[in-house]
Design a protein around this ligand. Structure first.
Ligand code: FPP
Length: 239
């Protein structure tokens, strides 16, 4: 079965990808860590193309977490630069009908990064194809706290009756508002944890952990993850 039929048959609506292992990929080659991130950006593009080809309706890539600020300043600054040049490239190549969206708290980001986000979202808002979300300065706990603050403000201004609050309308206050819940989380690099990624949205997701390092992640790895997902029996708490 080809990957498009596989995604359709499995009913996958949203895949989350934790791009992990860039540093180890570089270290194995005696290269600076940034060489791993640059190669990781290439793997990101390839993976996005594979998602388009496979008919995945929505994919979210974890590119920079709220915890990543604790890395050396030089690495953080280089990641910000890489992000900006990556977005320039994506915007130059707006030929796949992809809608871009950024998840995370933008207040700590530089004007340059924020402007790229606004520009890319605006440029792609006319598109009608898949969603490509990039979680950048994203943390699942921060996202929930932010949504709680919005809820409190809505309550205070009389726009929300607390008895009307439910999982659906609370989800509207998250960065992922309007997007489907995550069906599948893929984490390469051998680590087996969620690291504060889409913690609300992945409540019932299946997890596929793979040994490949992110810069080496290929279309075959994506298909292998889909096949593994297909073997799972999702019961959503039922029997
Ligand atoms: C985790 O690997 C990776 C990151 C924190 C950065 C991910 C960034 C990219 C894939 C580059 C493309 C993204 C953009 C748009 C900036 P790690 O560095 O923790 O790897 P390690 O665990 O092997 O050290």
């Amino acid at each position: 079965m080809d990957s498009e039929n596989l995604v359709r048959k499995l009913g996958i609506k949203h895949i989350g990808i934790i791009m992990d292992g860039n540093g180890r990929w570089a270290k194995k080659r005696l290269l600076p860590r940034m060489a791993g991130h640059s190669q990781g950006a290439k793997a990101f593009k390839n993976c996005l193309n594979s998602c388009v080809k496979s008919g995945v309706p929505c994919v979210t890539f974890y590119a920079f977490s709220t915890e990543n600020w604790s890395r050396p300043e030089e690495e953080v600054n280089s990641l910000m630069k890489l992000f900006c040049s990556f977005m320039d490239e994506m915007m130059k190549q707006d030929d796949q009908n992809i809608r871009l969206r950024f998840l995370g708290n933008r207040s700590r980001l530089s004007d340059e990064v924020r402007d790229k986000m606004t520009e890319a979202e605006k440029m792609s808002e006319k598109n009608t194809g898949m969603w490509c979300c990039i979680a950048f300065n994203y943390g699942g706990r921060e996202e929930i706290i932010n949504a709680v603050k919005t809820t409190a403000l809505m309550y205070k201004s009389g726009k929300l009756d607390i008895d009307d609050l439910n999982e659906d309308n609370f989800s509207d206050f998250l960065y992922t508002s309007g997007l489907p819940d995550v069906d599948l989380i893929i984490r390469p690099s051998g680590e087996k944890r969620l690291s504060n990624f889409l913690i609300w949205q992945s409540s019932y997701a299946e997890f596929v952990f793979m040994d490949v390092l992110w810069p080496d992640f290929s279309e075959k790895d994506l298909i292998d993850a889909l096949i593994e997902y297909g073997k799972r029996n999702r019961r959503f708490g039922g029997v």
